[in-house]
Unconditional design. Sequence first.
Length: 331
Amino acid sequence: MMTLSLLTLLACAARAPVVLYPLDQHQPPAALVGVFATQSPEALFEDAYTRLINDDLEGAEQRLVYLASLPDGPPEALYHLGVVYELRGELGTAISAYDLLLTQSPPESLAPSVHFRRGLCLEELGRFEEALKAFSRVPTTGGLSLNDRVTYDVARGVAMLRSGRAAKGRELLNAALSATRTDEELGWILGKGWYHLARYELDQAAALTFDGPERKQKRDMQARAGHILDAEAMLVHVVEQREPEWILRGLLDLGDAYISFREDMLRAPPPGRLTEEQASLYREGVDKSTKVLVAKAFNAYDQAIIVAGTFGFEGELTNTARARRDGLPAS
């Protein structure tokens, strides 16, 4: 039977209770069950797989639920059912399908993919320790291709970075990402890795506030600008992967970082030695000099909208970029 390639298909705190996928609650209509019963499980699975890769997620779901309910149904049915929910963004439901499959002792050849994709969902939901535990159950000695190794290391590196293990996460990400700059098969996971390195730099920038002495303010402003420049360099690699989700996320974050930088500079206290009149002039100067950051934010949001149009990528990210661009003050 046909299965999706190991690890490389686009995927997509306190320990949460395990909720197994309720197959009986998702059964297709009786009329469809009658049609499915006339086909061999192999032919129905091939049909479901074809529908999945052609984005007919509802049709794929109906067939996979039916197959997973059969006493001798293929274990790949539950696996691909999890993929259906990942592609819909229903990550909790995807995890429940993977968990149900794991209770059924899936074939040794399938188990690594189940643990890996489960880990991707957990990481995206912010359940980083559970994600790392899931990734640790993927056997990595002797059986991974170079692309699978890169995919695995990027996923682990992102989870570590997001869990607060910045040094280890960045080390793992930099090593994995240096193995290949562009690869069509790896575009999504490479984009994810570069995006999270950029996101880390922007988080470091945002942590620098300008409420201390004048000398410290200047030092922090320079450091913040440096972090944003480093993030811009990372986003160049995100764009190279041609994956609109990560490009849009990166450009949105960059635009937000410019606006936040300007707002914090406007809030920063003027040098204490200034008279009230001088302080007023100082604030006017800061307002004027930082308007370039508004222009940069506009360009970032606008580029996000252009990218979305180029790839036909519509949804929440595109709507957010449009709202933020159109909500900026006129220069």
